[in-house]
Design a protein around this ligand. Structure first.
Ligand SMILES: [Zn+2]
Length: 314
């Protein structure tokens, strides 16, 4: 496997440095005209349009991002099998790391100056979380995916769109044997009376964020973990971050989304401007967030626009 910064990531972050992350992959592909099948999100794009994925990585490298999430978000076995792509499970997960490495080579950047995170997500086929396996099957699906990403050379794992205690802990269990840093990314929505809950999408249960955090922080405390609010609108992110800091005093990553989805399609005219994004970023940096990038709707121009040095708390 590639000798990289993996063991240094936590040291770097714990020393107080700021890490610029990349932005969206799925909506960026959509914006470039790559068809995203609703049932499998970016999995089908990988089969048909690998070059476009590599180009998006190149643009984020160009934009200055140091931490990049490879496009394995929709590549769990339980996402691929209902699409008839189960036989591609290994190949696809290896390929997304290769596409990132190819982008690094084409940009002439030293791979060891960047970090690649393997994404494991709660995305389910047909965006229907009732199709997520449970118990041991869930853990082993994630562990197998993590193993392929690990062997292909990722430096850390990003657990994405976490929404409850059970699945979060299953995913944490799946990756703990690899001894890589782990970003635990929670997706949030407004609940009643300005409370924050986990995301309402995909038919899964909605849990008060506080309840999930109190239990997951406990389970994760002694590990090399970064807590994150991701794929969440900026205003909800502000409230979720406040809640997170009540439970967690370790490193935090924020990568919000922006813009309306209609039938899993991003409405790009509703995405925030680069300037608006920077204003949100300033608030998060002032609050002590060290790792910032973007999710759906946030593209290379937003990432390139992030001006963090004057605000960095080193
Ligand atoms: Zn997103």
């Amino acid at each position: 496997m590639i000798a990289s910064n993996q063991t240094d990531f936590m040291t770097y972050v714990r020393a107080g440095h700021f890490v610029l992350m990349d932005g969206a992959m799925g909506t960026e592909l959509e914006g470039r005209g790559v068809p995203l099948e609703g049932t499998g999100w970016s999995a089908v794009a990988l089969r048909d349009c690998g070059e476009a994925i590599r180009e998006v990585h190149e643009d984020y490298i160009e934009a200055g991002a140091k931490l990049h999430i490879v496009n394995s978000f929709a590549l769990a076995r339980h996402v691929l099998e209902p699409l008839g792509l189960g036989h591609e499970f290994e190949h696809f997960n290896r390929e997304v790391v290769n596409l990132f490495n190819a982008a690094v080579t084409r940009k002439g950047v030293n791979r060891e100056e960047l970090w690649a995170a393997g994404s494991l997500s709660t995305f389910a086929a047909n965006a229907d979380r009732s199709l997520l396996p449970s118990g041991d099957a869930l853990v082993s699906n994630y562990r197998d995916q993590a193993q392929i990403l690990f062997d292909a050379g990722v430096d850390l794992f990003a657990l994405e769109m976490l929404f409850d205690v059970e699945v979060s802990l299953a995913m944490l269990t799946a990756v703990e044997g690899f001894r890589l840093p782990v970003i635990l990314g929670f997706t949030c929505d407004w609940g009643e009376n300005d409370s924050v809950t986990t995301a309402k999408g995909m038919g899964g249960p909605v849990t008060p964020l506080e309840e999930v955090l109190s239990k997951v922080v406990n389970a994760a405390e002694s590990k090399d973990v970064i807590f994150s609010i991701m794929h969440t609108e900026a205003d909800v992110t502000d409230a979720a971050l406040e809640m997170l800091y009540r439970y967690w005093d370790g490193p935090v990553a924020i990568y919000p989304n922006s813009g309306q989805f209609i039938d899993l399609r991003m409405q790009f005219d509703s995405v925030c401007s680069v300037e608006e994004f920077q204003q949100s970023v300033n608030r998060w940096i002032d609050a002590g967030v060290q790792i910032i990038g973007g999710c759906c709707g946030i593209g290379p121009s937003h990432i390139q626009g992030i001006n963090y040095k004057p605000h960095a708390k080193l």
